[in-house]
Ligand binder design. Sequence first.
Ligand code: FE2
Length: 304
Amino acid sequence: MHSKRLVDESFLVLEPLYSEEKVAYLNNKFDNIFSKQDSARRYVDALDMYELGLMDDIFTPKLMSLIYNVIPNPVLYHCHSYEIDGLNSSPHIAKDNFLNGWHRDIDCLHNLNDNAIQHVSLFIYLTDVGNEDGAFEVCNKKFGYFPGLFQSSNFYRITGKKGHSFLFNRTAVHRASPNRNEIQRRVLKISFQSKDTIMPACDPSIKSHEKRINMLKVQQLVPKKSVLLRSLLGDKNIGDAEIKQALEEKINGESIQVLNTNAKYKIECKMNVLQEFRGYAKDLVFIKNLIIYKIFSRKTRRSL
Ligand SMILES: [Fe+2]
């Protein structure tokens, strides 16, 4: 499904996956959980969603069809909603990285020999997101053994109304632009990767791993008949034949329209020579770490 565009341009805009009514319904359910948190970045995680009775509302046949089309052997990596404060003059993540927040997600353990899509995030905006509202921005700076340069790459700012839906290739350089307006920006984020891609182990002592640990709890709670969802949540007892049958029964005939609108989101973003150097150096460090991780994990597997 348009995989080459997702690799080349780093994102794909989709038809809105939820109606306005669905977005309002989700926001209404999430409000109470968000309102109890006072950090600058607040979350509703998969366990919250399960306890709110929202799994079927979120994982519609259309959304399932999308996930299993993009990556045929998928497992979830993120499943949460989050909102960020307004009245900010800088990005809410990696703002001090001397690249104005532009970064690659280093928790993704990509296979550098494989140019196919390995790890994708689906974003659905739950608030209207204009130019000043913390819009997601992405750059298609090439990744691989020989990374590209900012100056030969395109930059995009993805704005859209509530329900606006898009995929983002998680190997790409990206950032959230500053949310300068008063309104909190809220999104639903569902990341998924191939079961063959190495996933960093969950560590309960790391705060940011709590959401993945809660996803595993949901896996235990989801009814047995929800084969596709349980498999997505990492249930290893579900075989390919069972998944194939469930796909035929549950999502046969569902298709998602990919919009041919990427060009309209293009923005100018000039990086100076120092930033270009920094970006390249960061890529080289990232690549070195991936190679070391790969060698180490191969040795570990051999010794098991
Ligand atoms: Fe990121």
